[in-house]
Design a binder for this molecule. Structure first.
Ligand SMILES: Nc1ncnc2c1ncn2[C@@H]1O[C@H](COP(=O)(O)OP(=O)(O)OP(=O)(O)O)[C@@H](O)[C@H]1O
Ligand SMILES: [Ca+2]
Ligand SMILES: [Ca+2]
Length: 613
């Protein structure tokens, strides 16, 4: 778009990155097993719920770590512990692994453990390994918890339960058959969740939400088809389509830990597609991992389906969640800092992408707190094989998903437009909820900030424009190439499910009502829907910002008084504006300085200025 002649200067000269660094809440020397000060309660049923076995499991990861036959020959009994059905998870017969002689950076993936806090929130103070948990009704009587869900009660009159096909911490899944009617004999999958395991109000609420979310979101091609939910005194039954192709984790393991880039692209596109859909609906999955994606059939090119919404939640567009949930290897840093939203899922997808491409985990340690520390502080390696042989697009793709700052991370819809993926799929890029968040901030900005953003948008490259064009097209502009509030509302309605009511997407749109009286063309849309934080994360940010400043200097910059700037920014009178805004003004001519320009792009609020002062 814009032409720029200035040469970027070295970044050390211009330290204008205004983003705050995330301070790790996990510091060395802190309680190893309780880094974030949580009430925890020990083991996980998937680790057999036995602390002794859990210990053994961790030691075995260590064995995996030191195996010379890295990555998947390693006879990790961690796999063995979980090998109910997959030969890929069974140990190689009679193979002992030499210890201590070989150092390898990461062990291969094995089923992920839930964060201990998840178990604590489920079980309260009840430890899973304590004496047998009483039956559902008995617990309800003792605790006064209401375990009625309002689901149909006649599961067994409709279905005949068959063999178990999978098991998790919260339930087990069986095949079942319709007993009668048109569908007689047709097979389905049923996740059975024992009421005896629901020992806290949160546990009950989670099951309620799991069904509510499945009911609302069902219909997407990459999301498990939900049929109905039932209950009786002992269990909740979630009836859904049967996937016969196994978990993504098993397929990763059976391929010796690595996918070719081309195959990884097919998997990634499907994951991103369904997750972008969830995010537009205001649903955050919170437990994305290769165990929670199933292939419909054994075919190589079988469709992938997201399952297990047991930890999912609704999130309003400007809301942050604070409960620590998920599985340790896949948890995003901001979840550990207790302020997160949909970006946390994208981090987990980054972890999955890393594993698909190289067969190892990006963040690994022997203990939960060690993993948390790595997630918050460590940078994954891209030096070990096979990374040097992978394409630079693949590396850039993973790095931009694993950005520790959620504001700088790509969204799922953006990731589908990344150069690594955008030419390989013909999947329609879903509407991105981020567009609306950014447009809201833009509509509320001062004319000066709007001019600054317009200048910045003129420096965007093909890569950024690809995504913006796709988004703009989704909003179905009129023939003259402009969009109105009506366009936005009808585009959303076309993609809406009941989940949007819960996550209040429409209420949020009210903040765009200034668009009621005018239309927006593509150029202004680019200014409104560009994220300064995301652009700042790019290597070429310096160029962007310098070019934009030059353009702004030609067109939008003008002499301003500090007082005027303060009122443009809506600063409260309590802020000492001369001291705070001094650097924002170029002393030669009283126009906005480069520093002021970059700050203005970020949209500085009076609160953050007061804090900085
Ligand atoms: N529709 C399905 N078709 C086939 N197998 C399924 C289906 N749904 C679940 N499974 C199998 O059952 C396993 C457990 O299901 P799910 O992940 O929903 O349970 P969970 O108890 O919530 O697990 P977690 O411990 O991860 O929280 C899955 O990993 C999968 O192997
Ligand atoms: Ca699961
Ligand atoms: Ca679950």
């Amino acid at each position: 778009m814009g032409v720029c002649t200035s040469k970027p200067r070295p970044s050390s000269e211009h330290n204008f990155h205004s983003s705050e660094e995330i301070k790790p809440s996990v510091v060395p020397g802190q309680d190893e097993d309780n880094p974030v000060g949580l009430k925890t309660n020990g083991g996980n049923a998937r680790d057999s719920g036995n602390l002794g076995e859990k210990k053994k499991n961790e030691e075995n990861h260590e064995v995996g770590k030191k195996s010379p036959f890295f990555p998947f020959y390693s006879p990790s009994p961690a796999h063995y512990l979980f090998s109910k059905k997959s030969p890929a998870r069974s140990p190689a017969p009679g193979s002992g692994t030499p210890r201590r002689f070989f150092k390898k950076p990461f062990p291969p993936p094995s089923p992920a453990k839930h964060i201990k806090a998840v178990l604590a929130r489920r079980h309260g103070s009840v430890k899973p390994n304590e004496a047998a948990i009483p039956e559902g009704k008995e617990v309800a009587e003792k605790t006064g918890l209401d375990k009625s869900f309002g689901f149909s009660k006649n599961f067994y009159s409709k279905y005949e339960l068959g063999e178990e096909v999978g098991r998790g911490h919260f339930g087990y899944t069986c095949k079942a058959k319709f007993k009668k009617g048109e569908l007689k004999g047709q097979e389905v999958a049923v996740k059975v969740i024992p009421k005896a395991k629901m020992t806290t109000a949160i546990a009950i609420e989670d099951v309620r939400k799991e069904v509510k979310i499945l009911r609302a979101l069902t219909g997407h091609n990459n999301l498990i088809q939900f049929y109905d939910a039932y209950e009786d005194q002992d269990n909740v039954y979630i009836v859904m389509e049967l996937c016969e192709g196994g978990e993504l984790l098993d397929r990763i393991l059976s391929r010796g830990g690595k996918y070719t880039e081309e195959d990884a692209k097919t998997v990634m596109t499907q994951i991103l597609n369904v997750v972008a859909f969830c995010h537009l609906q205001g649903v955050v999955h919170r437990d994305l991992k290769p165990e929670n994606f199933l292939f419909t059939s054994k075919e190589e090119n079988s469709t992938l389906k997201a399952i297990d919404f047991g930890l999912s939640d609704f999130v309003k567009p400007d809301e942050r969640l604070n409960d620590i949930v998920g599985s340790a290897y896949y948890v995003a840093p901001e979840v550990l800092h207790r302020a997160y939203s949909t970006e946390a899922d994208v981090w987990s997808i980054g972890v999955i992408a890393y594993i698909l491409l190289c067969g190892s985990r990006p963040f690994w340690a022997r203990t939960e707190s060690g993993i948390f520390r790595a997630v918050v502080k460590a940078e994954p390696t891209y030096e070990e094989p096979p990374w040097p042989t992978l394409s630079s697009e693949a590396k850039d793709f993973v790095k931009r998903l694993l950005n520790k700052d959620p504001r700088k991370r790509m969204t799922a819809a953006q990731a589908m437009c990344h150069p690594w993926l955008r030419n390989t799929n013909d999947v329609k890029v879903p509407l991105d909820i981020l567009i609306f968040k950014l447009m809201k901030a833009y509509m509320r900005s001062s004319p000066l900030r709007k001019a600054a953003l317009r200048a910045l948008s003129k420096t965007l490259t093909e890569d950024e424009l690809f995504y913006l064009k796709k988004q703009f097209a989704q909003l179905e502009p009129s023939k003259n190439g402009t969009i109105s509030l009506d366009n936005i509302i009808s585009a959303l309605k076309k993609n809406a499910t009941d989940a949007m009511n819960e996550s209040r997407i429409y209420d949020f749109l009210a903040s765009l009502n200034a668009l009621q009286y005018r239309r927006m063309d593509f150029e202004e849309f680019c200014a409104a829907a560009s994220s300064v934080y995301q652009l700042e994360a790019l290597d070429r940010w310096e160029q962007h910002a310098r070019c934009a400043y030059e353009l702004f200097d030609k067109d939008g910059n003008r002499t301003i008084m500090i007082e005027e700037l303060a009122s443009e920014l809506g600063l409260s009178p309590s802020i000492p504006v001369h001291a705070v805004l001094h650097d924002w003004i170029r002393h030669t001519d009283g126009k906005l300085s480069f520093l002021g320009f970059v700050k203005l792009l970020h949209g500085v609020s009076s609160r953050s200025l007061a804090k900085a002062h």
